[in-house]
Design a protein around this ligand. Sequence first.
Ligand code: URA
Length: 162
Amino acid sequence: MDGQDKVRVLFVGEAPGFHEDQQGVPFVGKAGELLTDIIEKGMGLDRREVGIANVLKCRPPENRDPLPAEKRLCTTWLDRQIELADPEVLIALGRHAAGHLLENDSALARLRGRVWLRDGRKVIATYHPAYLLRSPSEKKECWKDIQIAMTELGLSPPSRGR
Ligand code: URA
């Protein structure tokens, strides 16, 4: 997990990729650069003041999708990370994180765009940054989800031109 002991917002991704596996830090590759932009340019926060974790703690071979059994095995770790970081808002990145956190198999399109509650914490689901790199036209939909999260956190977007 990346971030401080306690955070107001915790992003949850799917699993480490090649670069994350090498460095032991989530979201440091291309998708991580986009996530950092969302956090810093979009939300006006420093990446160091949010938490970033993954559902899976190890990289699946050939970056394949996580298996249900793998998600189950890693649940204790993620649950403990959430408990320790104690965020008000969880932002689930992509269908694996959203489905896992919300225990809901629906398509991401049905899970995003609203606030859910999980053990008293707010959960907002949005597209995975790797998907946004492949489908940049969906960035505006992601921005809508991020704005929902920002409203819950009482944040306003940074002023432009800084
Ligand atoms: N994708 C993820 O879901 N997590 C990472 O840490 C990197 C890429």
